[in-house]
Design a protein around this ligand. Structure first.
Ligand SMILES: [Zn+2]
Length: 385
């Protein structure tokens, strides 16, 4: 999982609710398919009254009854997201000893070569900021998609630490132990800077999804405009036919007015003709307006449709975690049937490899999909074999 994305599943929604509620000072206990939330007077949430609240983790209306429900589409989850986005509680975690075991990157795990030895040399303490973000993409007319994404950056260099985001996401599954949380040591500016940098990168990564939705919205807008155009063409045809039949009637009345003898009858005919002329002028005005609009490509309608299908992308940090880790270098000894070599990569304890490694032959970045291959002592990728 290289881009650290999460679909909003029931399990994640529950896990998120537990973590958020605990972060704002509530205690949460699981009881069957329910979460029992105890809210002290001091809790930093406005979602629940002080006391005990039971939330049913289900989407089935019969099961929910009159209780509060928690599922991906529920109002409870939306409220939690909204409040979390407003407050973005910050916690600090120290990677525990269990996290210090060497975490090999995908390009080694998937490699045909074997890792025969690793040695980590710690250099200095670093601080990372890990954020869980909600990215909502919607148009005015309809809700489109909502994804949770996590990202991590080094607090000083703002360099991205993808392996760390993956690591913390893996922790966000229901069966994993919670990380030890403590008060943050980062100042507000540093956090804001890191969160901004993270938000930008996360948006960069969801750009393909956004582009896809935008294309869909553009297609929908195009279809709506086409339909509108056809209706207007139809109306133009109708108007032209109406004008021509009114003109014929005017013609007939002119002829009749000349033929009648009585002055009264003549006046009546002329009055009728005047009415028809006024009606024709009205129809002509409407026709001119329509043909002008058509020639200009219906700018007003285009704007109105465009506004309705325009995309809004909201990126909100939900939780922000300060994480201390030790940065150093990992020496990895690798061997396959014929060759062996040693390479050094930047490495954070509990974080994993902190820098990309390129194929020495073709320059491609190694990845789980394009793992390391040894050619003599040269570190190559699998795709340039
Ligand atoms: Zn290569």
């Amino acid at each position: 999982m290289s881009d650290a994305s999460l679909s909003v599943t029931q399990a994640r929604v529950e896990r998120f609710a537990e973590r958020y509620l605990e972060a704002v000072g509530c205690s949460v206990r699981e009881r069957g398919d329910e979460l029992v939330v105890t809210v002290p007077e001091t809790a930093r949430t406005d979602l629940f009254e002080a006391g005990t609240t039971t939330i049913v983790c289900a989407a089935d209306p019969e099961r929910i009854g009159a209780d509060l429900a928690l599922h991906p589409e529920s109002e409870t989850f939306r409220s939690l997201l909204r409040e979390a986005a407003d407050r973005a509680p910050i916690g600090r975690v120290e990677l525990a000893a269990a996290d210090a075991e060497v975490r090999l990157p995908g390009w080694l795990v998937e490699s045909e070569a074997t890792v025969t030895d690793t040695e980590f040399s710690p250099y200095y303490d670093r601080t990372a900021v890990v954020g869980l973000f909600r990215i909502g993409v919607e148009t005015v007319s309809e809700y489109q998609t909502d994804v949770l994404r996590a990202g991590a950056v080094d607090a000083d260099s703002l360099r991205e630490l993808p392996a760390l985001a993956d690591r913390l996401l893996a922790r966000a599954t229901p069966d994993s132990a919670p990380l030890e949380a403590a008060a943050t040591t980062l100042d507000e500016d540093a956090v804001r800077e890191a969160v901004d940098a993270l938000g930008e990168r996360i948006v960069e990564r969801v750009r393909p999804t956004i582009a896809e939705i935008r294309e869909g919205a553009t297609r929908a807008a195009g279809a709506e405009l086409d339909e509108y155009r056809q209706l207007q063409d139809q109306r133009i045809d109708e108007l032209e036919a109406e004008i021509s039949s009114v003109s014929d009637a005017i013609e007939r009345l002119s002829t009749a007015a000349e033929a009648v003898d009585s002055q009264a009858e003549r006046l009546e005919t002329l009055r009728e003709r005047k009415e028809l002329k006024a009606k024709r002028a009205e129809l002509r005005d409407e026709l001119t307006e329509l043909t002008d609009a058509r020639a200009a490509g219906f700018p007003e309608k285009r704007r109105e449709v465009g506004d309705r299908h325009g995309l809004e992308v909201a990126v909100e940090p939900l939780t922000v975690t300060e994480l201390r880790y030790v940065q150093g270098e990992l020496e990895v000894s690798i061997a396959d049937a014929a060759d062996r070599t040693t390479l050094r990569v930047g490495y954070g304890a509990g974080v994993g490899v902190t820098e990309p490694l390129a194929c020495e032959r073709c320059g491609s970045t190694l990845s789980a999909a394009n793992p390391l291959r040894l050619d003599g002592e040269t570190v190559c990728c699998t795709s340039c074999r």
